[in-house]
Design a binder for this molecule. Structure first.
Ligand SMILES: C[S@@+](CC[C@H](N)C(=O)[O-])C[C@H]1O[C@@H](n2cnc3c(N)ncnc32)[C@H](O)[C@@H]1O
Length: 213
């Protein structure tokens, strides 16, 4: 979902660094071969995630929701030399596809894929994260926030994708679907949590940027 007019969007994309050839191929082949390609972060958001990661220079990143591995490659770009990105997805059908692209990247050794339910895997992680990207099933956003909170270092960051949920968060009629209700509840929870500072960035489908105090 894009909220900007198409010409502004195109100009912003044209004025943003290009994807690498590998990311371009991953983006294109996801669209051609994989179900629901709109889930992929894509060029602009990918460069944004990379930029954020370069700004933080994280040692540990957690990604919840791998899909075809595009955002994992983008986020891994800013890791320090001995850094690691753990990425979780429960869809085993996508693992080989994602790995086939990671293996063509020098960042491959920095990506640790965990297959399974994020709710089961997160409690088993004995790491302190500098950066977390929440991008899986939106109805569990609040649960993921609670599960990871103590594993994020003070001063660390969390990003949550799709927090505008195609604009449904501002519909006048009270939403009846669980996903919209969950996104609304998550945004409100973050906004009211005095332990964090947050910015809802209206880029693409909305990214909630959160800093743990
Ligand atoms: C929006 S896609 C992730 C897109 C990816 N981060 C990117 O930007 O290219 C969401 C992914 O979350 C995964 N997912 C959904 N619910 C999950 C769960 N409970 N545990 C683990 N993975 C889950 C789906 O299989 C899907 O691949």
């Amino acid at each position: 979902m894009d909220f900007l007019p198409a010409n502004i969007n195109a100009y912003a994309e044209a004025s943003t660094s290009s994807e690498s050839e590998l990311l371009y191929q991953l983006n294109r082949n996801t669209r051609a071969q994989i179900m629901a390609p709109r889930m992929l972060s894509g060029h602009m958001q990918g460069r944004f995630l990379s930029m954020i990661s370069w700004m933080i220079r994280p040692r540990r990143i957690l990604e919840i929701g791998t899909y075809t591995g595009y955002s994992a490659l983008c986020l891994a770009e800013g890791l320090v030399d001995d850094g690691l990105l753990i990425t979780i997805d429960h869809n085993e059908e996508l693992e080989d596809f994602a790995r086939s692209y990671w293996q063509k990247s020098p960042l491959n050794d920095k990506i640790d894929f965990r297959l399974g339910s994020a709710m089961d895997i997160i409690p088993t992680l004995n790491e302190t994260f500098d950066l977390v990207f929440i991008d899986a099933d939106k109805r569990n956003n609040s649960a993921y926030f609670d599960l990871i909170f103590d594993k994020v270092r003070p001063g660390g960051f969390m990003l949550a994708d799709n927090v505008l949920w195609s604009g449904k968060v501002v519909e006048l009629v009270k939403p009846s679907d669980l996903d919209t209700q969950s996104v609304l509840a998550f945004n409100e929870k973050v906004q009211n949590d005095s332990r964090v500072e947050n910015v809802l960035l209206p880029v693409r489908d909305g990214i909630m940027m959160i800093r743990k105090r």
